[in-house]
Design a protein around this ligand. Structure first.
Ligand code: FRU
Length: 477
């Protein structure tokens, strides 16, 4: 590592107490030890352990030069911090080791990432780079393996590599010279020499009208017979209940022709309806589960989050297992999370009327599972602490998540989705986050919430009628 970066570990030590004293520090999520975290990278199962890397600026709780931070786990639940995997210390990555992925080949761990370079005039260059590890901890950089091809700008990044049929494939997020978002494909037989195959999908072409000026963080995989392309378009305008965050994260489902490099697909579906979700990455583990982990944040915050005072910002989501069922992508918290549960409280078939609390159903770090047996009211709400609330309106069939605005005003911010019925809700609350899984993961709302640190109330309400619920609650962690 360059001399100027050696002080990363000093910085972690120096701010250890400041960071740890933050009441908003999370209990069961991956966070940076100090500084800013964004995308998950290189999510992989290697030599019996899960590895997740992340975009990390250790020096400030804001965007800047990016490193690959690294955590390792036996069970997807307790994560151990590993040494910095990649530092931006070479000519081809000096302004950031940007996002990428990892695969295992001949017992070695290959990571692919984007070397981000800016020249004196601020012009961007990008290189898709390779680094290899034999122990999953120390990485040897091999330098660029791909340069930007003709027809694309330097917004060319976030390589995701996978094996299909008889060779390696890489999908890359791109911007065409017409300033349209695209995903392009490369192939390789040895992971070192790569061949450009052309675009898999290009916004503004025959099959897809203009759909954003840049697509980040693509991921392509087959799930229960469907090909799913996860991608993050930038530059879409809000349209009713969709595309309300600054950048979007979602998927196209369809069928890929790997010979012709073409993709016959349905329209784009958002993965998460909450305020804070972006740049997810998936991996297939040793028992064949497709697991997704996302950045519990979104780019270019307009409001400074309170954790910044404690020298850190952002976290990753809990891991979610994906399933393709009845033409829908379902996301469920991985089963390992059951092991965090304690102090179980259960109520069978309680009748919810106006504004009530249930004995012992309160907390700050918990899982709440609601099964809706009967919903005979105009509206049903669940208040979480003082800062957030779920509302389901049976007349309009709109499911809403509300939170107190992060700018400290009295304003309430809302995100919505249309839902024909609500049968089950699972809420994962951590000190400053809420992840809500509706109807077995048919819809998910992920958000940071900065409540009064001691707020523990959970309130249920039915307007103009009643709701019958089974309620179960556990403390987590
Ligand atoms: C997405 C992203 C990626 C890029 C990385 C840089 O959040 O902009 O496209 O590789 O973050 O940190």
């Amino acid at each position: 590592m360059l001399e100027k970066f050696k002080n990363v570990y000093d910085r972690i030590d120096e701010y250890k107490e400041v960071v740890a004293s933050d009441p908003y520090r999370l209990r069961y999520h991956i966070m940076p030890p100090v500084g800013l975290l964004n995308d998950p990278n290189g999510f992989v199962f290697y030599k019996g352990q899960y590895h997740v890397f992340y975009q990390w600026n250790p020096f400030e709780p804001e965007h800047g030069a990016k490193f690959w931070g690294h955590y390792i786990s036996d069970d997807l639940i307790s994560w151990k911090e590993a040494p910095v995997a990649l530092a931006p210390d070479m000519w081809y990555d000096k302004n950031g080791c940007y996002s990428g992925s990892a695969v295992v080949f001949n017992d070695r761990l290959y990571v692919f990432y984007t070397g981000n370079v800016k020249d004196e005039e601020g012009h961007r260059k990008s290189y898709q780079c390779l680094a290899i590890s034999d122990d999953g901890i120390h990485f040897e950089k091999k330098g660029p393996v791909i340069h930007v091809p003709e027809g694309y700008t330097a917004h060319f990044r976030d390589p995701k590599v996978f094996y299909e049929t008889d060779k390696w494939y890489m999908v890359i997020g791109a911007q065409t010279e017409k300033i349209q978002g695209a995903v392009v494909v490369y192939t390789s037989s040895d992971l070192e020499t790569w061949h450009f195959q052309g675009p898999l999908i290009e916004s503004g072409d025959a099959s897809l009208e203009a759909f954003g000026y840049m697509w980040e963080c693509p991921d392509l995989f087959t799930l229960d017979g469907k090909d799913i392309l996860v991608v993050c378009p930038q530059g879409l305008s809000a349209n009713g209940y969709v595309f309300n965050n600054i950048y979007q994260s979602g998927y196209f489902a369809g069928s890929v022709d790997y010979e012709a490099i073409s993709f016959n697909h349905d329209s784009f579906v958002e993965l998460d309806r909450g305020f804070d979700f972006y740049a997810p990455q998936t991996m297939e583990d040793e028992i064949g589960r497709r697991i997704l982990i996302g950045w519990m944040g979104n780019a270019e915050e307009t409001v400074i989050q309170p954790t910044v005072k404690h020298e850190w910002i952002h976290a990753l989501t809990i891991p979610r297992e994906l399933e393709w069922k009845n033409d829908k992508l379902l996301q469920r918290p991985v089963g390992e999370l059951y092991s965090l549960r304690s102090d179980e409280i259960r109520f069978e078939d309680v009748t919810i009327e106006d504004n009530m609390e249930l004995p012992e159903i309160y907390g700050n770090v918990f899982e709440l599972e609601l099964t809706v047996n009967d919903l005979n009211a105009d509206r049903f709400t669940v208040g979480i602490g003082e800062a957030s609330r779920i509302v389901y309106d049976t007349k309009t069939k709109v499911f809403t998540f509300e939170r107190a605005s992060l700018d400290g005003t009295e304003e309430v911010e809302r995100r919505h989705c249309q839902l024909e019925h609500v049968a089950a809700i699972r809420i994962f609350k951590d000190t400053s986050s809420v992840e809500i899984f509706v109807n077995g993961g048919e819809e998910v709302f992920t958000s940071r919430v900065f409540d009064h640190p001691e707020a523990e109330g959970i309130t249920f309400s039915a307007y103009n009628g009643t709701v019958q619920l089974d309620v179960a609650k556990w403390n987590l962690g």
